[in-house]
Design a protein around this ligand. Structure first.
Ligand SMILES: *Cc1c(COP(=O)(O)O)cnc(C)c1O
Length: 428
């Protein structure tokens, strides 16, 4: 019987037997011992499952990954050293030099650079397209060598909601998988596989860890995508792998072909593994994720409502607010709440905004987002300060946009801090 998400947060993936530790143990070991060379050889040939070196697999990381796989409803998952590594692995496990992929345009800046700069340098061509573009515009972006479509459930920083079902339909019509970065809602608030996504990624650095303690990422495979239906398009998964004696991933591993290849190829060669210690922190974070997400959402709605009604506020985007441009779609994909992140602007010039931000006491200036601390960022003045207003708009970031991430402090204290900072800014 599949359990509900709150139960999976606490108990998913790890089921200790008699006398074993209740909490996932930290196996802080690089290597694992075997009795004879035959055993070791079978592991290296992927004939047996087992641990031999923590760059490829480690029991702590696997237990935590298994919990996230159950939470998302997937067949398997791997932890990576960061969210960047997770998105790179998810795409590069399918694409190689000479291939093409389609990504929505409004995505996390780090992912945008990964696709636009580094993947291009590796010979993978990327087309960025507005996620609100028509079906016809999306279809026109496909080329014979297109291998995947990528988007974010909730975009960072402008909190748009992805129409996962529509994009999955378009991707599948063209025989390619849809990869969704589900960092902001987490599986507590949205499980993209239920809407047709094939692969999900996360920066676990955000809500999953939730305490600003450990950088990490995860790739989850639904096991649903049929790589063999267009086998010639995915040779890495459907033709013999000479580095493992001619093994064919889809034949040997079936539904787990994609995630197994991510370990045996990308982890083996690139080694962006998560440390067992960081995986342990992540596992602890997951055990309260459902409780924390509910609080992030209720506090954020309270703060967003306050901002919406304040005369100093020019505009606010928060998908949970009635009347928000994303409200209807959020009701479909995020009925229990989106996350703690919102975007808003104040009436006033850049000096006014600076005075406001500098007057905040409890709310801190941080490039980070989506954890227990309430924090604010003004991309035009902070992360994107090298860009002109025109370039900012082209990147989907309004020059006056501030990203506010509501943490787990008392929402009344957060509101008081914002109210006070607006008064200070008004005083000049
Ligand atoms: C932060 C973030 C990433 C990158 O994750 P890191 O853990 O910082 O490498 C990717 N996607 C989204 C949506 C993010 O917010």
């Amino acid at each position: 019987m599949t359990k509900k998400i709150d139960t999976l947060c606490v108990q998913g993936g790890y089921r200790p037997k008699r006398g074993e530790s209740r909490q996932i143990p930290i196996i802080q070991s690089t290597t694992f011992k075997y009795e004879n060379s035959e055993q070791m050889a079978r592991l290296f040939d992927l004939e047996d499952a087992g641990y031999f070196y923590s760059r490829l697999q480690n029991p702590t990381c696997d237990n935590v990954a298994a919990r996230i796989a159950e939470m998302e409803g997937g067949v398997g998952a791997i932890l990576t050293s960061s969210g960047q590594a997770a998105n790179f692995f998810a795409c590069f496990n399918i694409c190689e030099a000479g291939d093409h992929m389609i990504s929505t345009a409004s995505i996390y800046g780090g992912t945008y650079n990964l696709f636009n700069v580094t993947l291009r340098k590796m010979g993978v061509d990327v087309t960025f397209i507005d996620q609100e573009a028509s079906d016809e515009e999306f279809e026109a972006a496909f080329k014979p060598n297109t291998k995947l479509v990528f988007g974010e459930t909730l975009t960072n920083p402008n909190v748009r909601v992805l129409d996962i079902e529509r994009l999955a339909g378009i991707a599948h019509k063209h025989g390619v998988p849809l990869i969704v970065d589900n960092t902001f809602p987490t599986p507590v608030n949205c499980r993209p596989f239920e809407f047709g996504a094939d692969i999900v990624t996360h920066s676990t650095t955000k809500y999953m860890d939730g305490h600003g303690a450990a950088v990490g990422g995860v790739v989850v495979d639904s096991g649903n995508f049929d790589w063999n239906a267009n086998a010639e398009r995915f040779p890495g998964l459907t033709t013999p792998d000479e580095s493992y004696h001619g093994l064919i991933y889809t034949e040997r591993f079936g539904k787990a072909a994609f995630i197994t290849k991510a370990v045996t190829h990308l982890m083996r060669d690139l080694g962006s593994c998560q440390s067992p210690q960081n995986a342990f922190y992540l596992g602890l974070g997951l055990q309260s994720l459902h409780v924390r997400m509910a609080r992030h959402c209720s506090s954020a709605l309270k703060v967003a409502t306050f901002l919406k009604n304040h005369p100093a506020v020019k505009w606010i985007d928060y998908p949970g607010l009635e009347g928000d441009r994303e409200y209807a779609r959020a009701q479909k994909y995020l009925p229990n709440g989106s996350c703690g992140v919102m975007a808003f602007a104040l009436n006033g010039d850049r000096d006014y905004v600076s005075r406001f931000i500098d007057s905040l006491r409890l709310v801190t200036i941080e490039t980070h987002v989506a954890d227990c601390y309430t924090c604010i960022l003004h991309p035009a003045a902070h992360t994107h300060r090298q860009l002109s207003d025109e370039q900012l708009l082209a990147a989907g970031v309004a020059p006056d946009l501030m990203r506010l991430s509501i943490g787990l402090e008392d929402p009344d204290d957060i509101i008081k801090d914002i109210e006070n900072a607006i008064s200070q800014a008004d005083r000049g």
